[in-house]
Design a protein around this ligand. Sequence first.
Ligand code: NAD
Length: 480
Amino acid sequence: MPTEYSNYVDGKWTESRTGNVFETSNPAHPGETVGVYQQSSEADAEAAVEAAAAAAPEWANTPGPARGKILTETASILSDRADELTETLVREEGKTKPEASGEVQRAIDIFAYYGAKAADVGGTVKAPSGRDSRLYTVNEPVGVAALITPWNYPIAIPAWKLAPALAAGNAVVTKPASLAPAVAIGIVEALESAGLPDGVVNLVTGPGSSVGSTFVTHEAVDAVSFTGSTKVGNTVYGQAAPDQKRVQLELGGKNPAIVMPSADVDEAVEIAATGAFGVTGQACTATSRAIVHEDVYDEFVEGVVSYGEGLSIGDGLEGADMGPHVSESELEGTLDYVDAGRREGATLETGGERADAGEGYFVEPTIFSDVSSEMRIAQEEIFGPVLAVIPVSDFDEAVAVANDVEYGLSASIVTNDHREANRFVDEIEAGVVKINEKTTGLELHVPFGGMKASSSETYREQGDAGLDFFTISKTVYDNY
Ligand code: NAD
């Protein structure tokens, strides 16, 4: 039986004024409905913003440690529900069970982290130039924050926006992506049970073009934190600009892993393949280009093909190594890129077809070799398990190819040459730089964000940087 979900507005679970609903289905078994959600309208979104605006002053005046206590309690409630949330995440989004369980744990850890951090939201004291005076800053919440999130990390991304926003004393309106809203609703249920006052968090499901857009343009919204595609992010930026709202955009990627001759090739294969095929390649930080020195090229291609062909594909609840695409249209998008790669003359080494794993949206791990940098499969975000292997003849060429895309999110190099590794740090255009590590994965206490078309480059997320976006500072001169 599918679960029916409501919006959460002003502390009440409510149905949309439209009276309409939409459903999600299990990408491993598309006939199975997972959840039924409110197909909300602009009016529902407006009511959510009004509730947040009304609740914001009282929450801002609640002492940081008291706010933190609610977040810590939320972490504990989510922890009690971890198994159930993991299963729902697998059934709605398609990750494997270990991937989903790791993501749920990340959400729990994020609430625990910002629960503790809420006591640190203060300011700084500076030395005044005059006697008998004080000079300091105080950090205040920005006000009402709109949080708009994608489907591919449906609990971690809402968590890493909600927890710092609330820790810093903001009221929030949020809209999860329509392909997988259930686990974000699970967070809001936990916040309610933990005692968050009415109106401080409001969640509305429905289309981005109406609900999301109303959040972005509403005059009572002070800040917009958006994660999603570069195309939609650019629209959001334009819509928020006339009111000079504070905006943070984290967008697409085309992440490279460079493999140099000094690398241990088995290690390089593991790093590139886990980055490419983990979470079915549906990660903004997925490795989609392996840029490989000609001296180790043949050995690398052989190794990575054998890795891809060794993966089992199927329902994430049944122990598969790689789950399905989230939807039929994402699957078709990947297969279209396979056609494009073939037409442009790349060599299809393995994969490229729907996987023989049932009626779900399964695709084979796919590897193209002989790719050149101007091909579409080397330039555009595919968001599927497709790795383009590009041969190069030296370090300078490798970095030039790595930087030859519009994106700049995460980048990795596999090398045992210390100088090369350090030049990579200096020369690569990416917000996350990894040496002998896969492009995916980042700990919760370090800043996360991209360069170029991958990010608005205004504020980073996570760690201390996560709080910066949600606070505004006042400078105080006190001449006593
Ligand atoms: P998307 O851009 O289609 O949607 C993201 C969210 O925006 C959804 O909730 C959607 O409903 C909403 N939306 C759509 N139109 C809107 C509008 N006009 N106004 C306001 N909101 C609107 O992205 P997606 O398909 O859900 O997610 C995949 C994309 O997200 C990929 O490009 C991926 O790289 C990116 N992503 C980036 C990061 C990062 O941190 N850089 C992390 C995860 C995913």
